[in-house]
Design a protein around this ligand. Structure first.
Ligand code: AMP
Ligand code: MG
Length: 316
């Protein structure tokens, strides 16, 4: 039986669903419900929609507490915990720095030192107060802005997979822009889904090399990469993932991947691992039992890959 496939555009990327089973009509109905869930989350969480719940929160929370939907409050609490666990490497208050480096809706630029200093003063989870009593969020100063860009796609993939599971789908793959993928069961006749990761090429002339093939079963994987969005200046590459500790684009790694049961967690933690680079690999890999990780760093035009629980295909 050929799989049923569905796709939609949301969160500035393409989400795709591949569903296996015996009843194509039921699979399509489940897939359409999952797509509906992704689109609903896009409407709620997108920074690029002025009417989204996150945009309204960003616009008003410096002036007083703003009540948010229970699911958004839970996601913000989860983001806060992940920020604490990664010692701030993952930080959803990064938005002023993302904007200052020209990556918010643009492809990047060098900021002036005064712009950078101003943006840094508006970043840090300590500036966000979450009140579980009444599900309100308040910022302690003007200019604080939340960006769910490093966790929202994973959250949407996970919620879509939940919808499929509840509809009785037992074999499926859901991905958002190929950066986060969640597997339900294995494909028919196989023991697991097999997802390839390519080594990022240092230049457009160099083709990417296959780095590893990750077996996935009832698990999610996220990949974060510097070259997802970047610009070059003075011989240096500046990527869209910002190290909150320095206020500068992260330089510790060019690619990071994380495998865990939850796509929300893999999304946040692959961004954290990219931020910390090889120096933070042990610390991130210890956060969850059974976590599989990969970090690729570059120096002097050569790249080096380090994996935990994943088999590297060849020297990167
Ligand atoms: P991802 O591709 O999941 O690693 O997410 C990258 C996006 O998350 C960036 O384009 C920014 O919008 C945002 N971001 C950048 N740096 C960080 C960070 N250190 N923590 C959380 N979000 C970040
Ligand atoms: Mg991420």
């Amino acid at each position: 039986m050929p799989p049923v496939t569905l796709a939609c555009h949301a969160m500035a990327t393409r989400f795709e669903l591949v569903l296996h089973g015996q009843n194509p009509a039921a699979l399509r109905a489940a897939g359409e419900e999952a797509i509906g869930q992704i689109q609903q989350l896009e409407t709620q969480l997108s920074l690029f929609r002025p009417e989204s719940e996150i945009s309204c929160l960003n616009a008003h929370a410096a002036r007083g507490p703003v009540r948010v939907s229970p699911n958004l409050f839970a996601l913000l609490q989860q983001a806060q915990r992940l920020s604490e666990e990664t010692h701030g490497a993952f930080d959803i208050t990064i938005a002023p720095l993302v904007r200052c480096w020209g990556f918010m809706g643009g492809s990047g630029r060098l900021p002036r030192p005064d712009e950078l200093a101003e943006a840094r003063a508006k970043v840090g989870m300590a500036l966000v107060r979450l009140n579980p009593g009444d599900l309100t969020v308040q910022f302690s100063r003007e200019g604080v802005m939340l960006d769910l860009g490093a966790i929202g796609k994973g959250y949407a993939v996970e919620r879509a997979a939940d919808v499929l599971r509840e509809a009785g789908v037992t074999s499926a793959l859901v991905h958002g822009g190929t950066s986060t993928v969640q597997a339900l069961g294995p494909p028919p006749g196989e023991t697991c889904w097999k997802i390839a990761i390519e080594s990022p090429s240092p230049s457009p002339q160099t083709p990417p090399l296959p780095l590893t093939t990750v077996p996935l079963k009832e698990e999610a994987m996220s990949v974060s990469g510097v070259r997802g969005k970047y610009f070059e200046s003075g011989g240096r590459t500046y990527g869209h993932i910002i190290d909150p500790r320095t206020g500068e684009p992260a330089i510790g790694a060019v690619l990071a991947a994380v495998v865990l049961p939850s796509a929300t967690e893999t999304d946040a933690l692959s961004t954290a691992l990219l931020t910390l680079g090889a120096a933070g690999h042990d610390a991130i890999a210890k956060l969850r039992p059974g976590m599989r990780t990969l970090v690729v760093s570059e120096s002097g035009g050569r790249s080096q890959a380090e994996a935990k629980g994943l088999q590297l295909r060849s020297a990167a």
